[in-house]
Ligand binder design. Structure first.
Ligand code: KIV
Length: 271
């Protein structure tokens, strides 16, 4: 059998155009990277969620660029097909120079092929600065966990008309700035659908309903071992894929199948 080709930005676009759902998952080490790749995960994110699921912190604030690069390096050689995206941690893209420096480390040392950053239109300048220099960017809208100290709590975003309109506008501005991918976190399904229909680039959702181009979840949540799950604070959009699976590979294969078939997310996972 011919080995499948590595996923790249054009493949993600093709998947969106042909309606093939994109299955994405966070990952932080070589053992799970191998399993995710074998299970058919299309996109692997070294997310700053590692601060919560690996380091046991209550937020992602303490994660550094070096942490992200360390975990990218640990897993990059285990991915034969999946597309590797690295998360820009809190304040690592506060200026153009810092953003470029962080992206350079993540791509050259970490082997990432795209970086992700949180924020709306206020980040358009940084997105453009990176993309014109050959750094593919995923723009993360909706709930932005790095704003926790301003918001006070993790809440569904875009519920009111003003918030929804602002997000639709942010999505457009970030695409004009060169974003190659959008990620929408914790928003009403109707808004996820609206942004996806208007978008020219693939849209990945986490708690953004079924009508986006792909889904992403935190690995430790779907394996039912993250601190949030253990402490009884499972987010609404999380499904336990270990249930009935028996082992990690089967759990992740079931996740990929459920995303591709549209069986996940089900109505009970949506806002
Ligand atoms: O850090 C992370 O894992 C993320 C996902 C929740 C999308 O940003």
């Amino acid at each position: 059998m011919e080995p499948s080709k590595p996923v790249n930005v054009s493949e993600l676009r093709r998947m969106r155009e042909q309606g093939d759902k994109i299955a994405c998952l966070t990952c932080y080490d070589a053992s799970f990277a191998l399993i995710e790749d074998r299970a058919g995960v299309d996109l692997v994110l070294v997310g700053d969620s590692l601060g919560m699921v690996l380091h046991g912190r209550p937020t992602t604030t303490a994660v550094t660029v070096d942490d992200i690069v360390y975990h990218c390096r640990a897993l990059k050689d285990s991915l034969k097909r999946a597309f590797l995206v690295a998360d820009m941690p809190f304040l690592s893209f506060a200026t153009r120079e810092r953003a470029l420096d962080a992206a350079q480390k993540m791509m050259q040392e970490g082997g990432a092929r795209m970086v992700k950053l949180e924020g709306g239109r206020e980040q358009a300048d940084i997105v453009e600065y990176l993309t014109v220099r050959g750094v593919p960017v995923c723009a993360h809208l909706g709930l932005q966990p790095q704003l926790i100290h301003k918001m006070g709590a993790f809440k569904v975003q875009g519920r009111d008309d003003a918030g929804a309109e602002a997000m639709v506008h942010d999505a457009e501005v970030l695409q004009q700035a060169g974003a190659d991918l959008l990620l929408l976190e914790c928003i009403p399904s109707a808004l996820g659908k609206r942004i996806t229909q208007k978008s020219r680039v693939p849209v990945i959702g986490i708690g953004a309903g079924p009508d986006v181009d792909g889904q992403i979840l935190v690995l430790h949540d779907i394996l039912n071992i993250s601190p949030t799950v253990t402490l009884g604070r499972r987010p609404r959009f999380v499904r336990n894929f270990m249930e009935g699976a028996g082992n990690n590979l089967v759990a992740l294969q079931n996740y990929v199948k459920a995303v591709k078939s549209g069986e996940y997310p089900a109505p009970e996972h949506n806002f």
